[in-house]
Design a protein around this ligand. Structure first.
Ligand SMILES: Cc1cc2nc3c(=O)[nH]c(=O)nc-3n(C[C@H](O)[C@H](O)[C@H](O)COP(=O)(O)OP(=O)(O)OC[C@H]3O[C@@H](n4cnc5c(N)ncnc54)[C@H](O)[C@@H]3O)c2cc1C
Length: 414
């Protein structure tokens, strides 16, 4: 492969933008395709943490026991639309199969190993795009209201430690000293000292896209509707009728990757975990680092634009109607946690791309040697974007990937 080799990337979220930059770094001619502004989808609204500690998935043996109370309580970060779940039994069934103890242990091990490579993928991009000012290293905190919440999280925290994540245990006095504006007297906490967070994830994507264009990358503001593969190349049909021919295509359209025709997406069981944030402008001074009220299922993150409360999981499909119960839940919890104005300035819904085994899909399509998949990063897309881009670029360049991607192969679903 050389600079004449043309690669198209579908989707300009954080994963697609990272793939595009890494492909350019390898010397490819790259076209990035997205109908919207780079980074304006799910990648804009997350909790902003580079979550290298995030190897523990939502799948959990505990979930079977906790599911009814989580689903039917108005004070829960989890919400399930039963009608949607029943009409998508494959995903639900497989998700539950992946809640068995040995499966969860496997997911933790695989995610732990991939997360350990986070900075191999991220560092070069931050330098290339001159984006270090958008990332801050001041650690991250989990807080627990009482010993019971702390004890419930113990197995997950022990798993984190087993997989190389370091943290310090905190008591009430330590928490007050580190974050004096927290209103609740959280009794226990954990401090993950080395963790970074992004101060504006949308601006980060835009910084990547600006660099991409300055470096002769082509950005097409169109929707890809179909991918056709022939001998030696692929053709991507756009919704204005235009056709883009390339030697390879990378599918990085997040949760929406399954809406593109010509790809066997149904078999891959990609679906979405909806997530929410509310944001209070100019309130970022209240915390000095992201703080997760672990039991309540969200993060409070100080960022350039204000204080963001992001998290929750809703299984209810792709429609864009926000669930008022979840907005209300986040608003109530935010007020319990910090002294804030009555109403948030922003309410947001995003679509995490999630496979039932909580592992991303990175690798060649089962169908064609010209199609590479890079989606399914669920709660970890910001964190894993750089390493995904690096692995995709190595694949496209015919190199042995620098990390074992067999567990992320789309073939695992067949
Ligand atoms: C509430 C919440 C909190 C989170 N917190 C964190 C966190 O702290 N740390 C972390 O690492 N991750 C976090 N995540 C997860 C992370 O945000 C996602 O995994 C990540 O944004 C997914 O990125 P993506 O590029 O795959 O998808 P997206 O950001 O959804 O981008 C996909 C792009 O594809 C485009 N597209 C769609 N269809 C087409 C088409 N047919 N043709 C062309 N383009 C198309 C869309 O317009 C979009 O721009 C969080 C997620 C949520 C919802």
């Amino acid at each position: 492969m050389n600079s004449q080799t043309h690669i198209a990337v579908v989707g300009a979220g954080i994963v697609g933008c990272s793939c595009a930059l890494w492909l350019q770094k390898k010397g490819f001619r790259v076209t990035l395709i997205d109908p919207d502004e780079p980074g304006s989808g799910t990648s804009s609204g997350n909790a902003c943490t580079i979550a290298t500690y995030g190897c523990v998935p939502v799948n959990s043996p505990d979930l079977f026991r906790r599911l009814p109370s989580l689903m039917f309580s108005s004070d829960s970060p989890l919400s399930l639309d039963l009608g949607y779940a029943l009409s998508h039994p494959d995903w639900m069934f497989e998700f539950l199969l992946n809640c068995r103890e040995h499966k969860v242990e496997r997911i933790i091990r695989l995610l732990g190993k991939l997360l350990a490579k986070t900075w191999d993928g991220l560092d070069p991009l931050l330098d290339m795009a001159d984006a270090r000012d958008l990332v801050k290293q001041n650690g991250f905190m989990h807080v627990y209201r009482n010993q019971r919440e702390f004890d419930m999280a113990k197995p997950a925290n022990q798993a984190r430690r087993r997989h190389g994540t370091e943290f310090i245990e905190l008591d009430q006095g330590d928490i007050r000293e580190l974050e004096p504006n927290l209103k609740i007297p959280f009794e226990r906490g954990l401090l993950f000292e080395g963790i970074h967070h992004v101060l504006d994830p949308r601006a980060l994507c835009q910084r990547y896209a600006d660099y991409f264009q300055r470096n002769q990358g082509e950005l097409l503001r169109q929707r890809a509707v179909e991918v056709k593969h022939g001998s030696g190349s692929v053709e991507i049909l756009l919704d204005n009728g235009q056709r883009v021919e390339a030697e390879r295509v990378v599918i990085a359209a997040g949760a929406f990757s399954k809406t593109i025709d010509g790809l066997p997406m149904q078999l891959m069981k990609l679906d979405t975990e909806r997530g929410y944030h509310i944001q209070f402008s100019n309130m970022q001074h209240l915390l000095s680092r992201p703080v997760s009220w672990h039991y309540a299922g969200f993060y409070a993150t100080p960022m350039n634009l204000g204080m963001r409360f992001a998290g929750t999981v809703e299984i209810a499909g792709y429609h864009d109607k926000k669930n008022p119960r979840i907005i209300d839940y986040l608003t109530r919890k935010a007020h319990q946690m910090l002294e804030l104005p009555e109403n948030p300035d922003q309410e947001w819904l995003g679509f995490r791309p999630t496979c039932p085994d909580s592992l991303p899909v990175i690798g060649y399509s089962t169908m064609s040697e010209y199609i590479i998949y890079a989606f399914g990063h669920h709660h970890l897309g910001l964190t894993l974007s750089g390493i995904t881009g690096k692995l995709v670029a190595e694949l496209a360049n015919g190199e042995e990937p620098s990390h074992n991607i067999r567990p992320f192969n789309p073939r695992r679903f067949f």
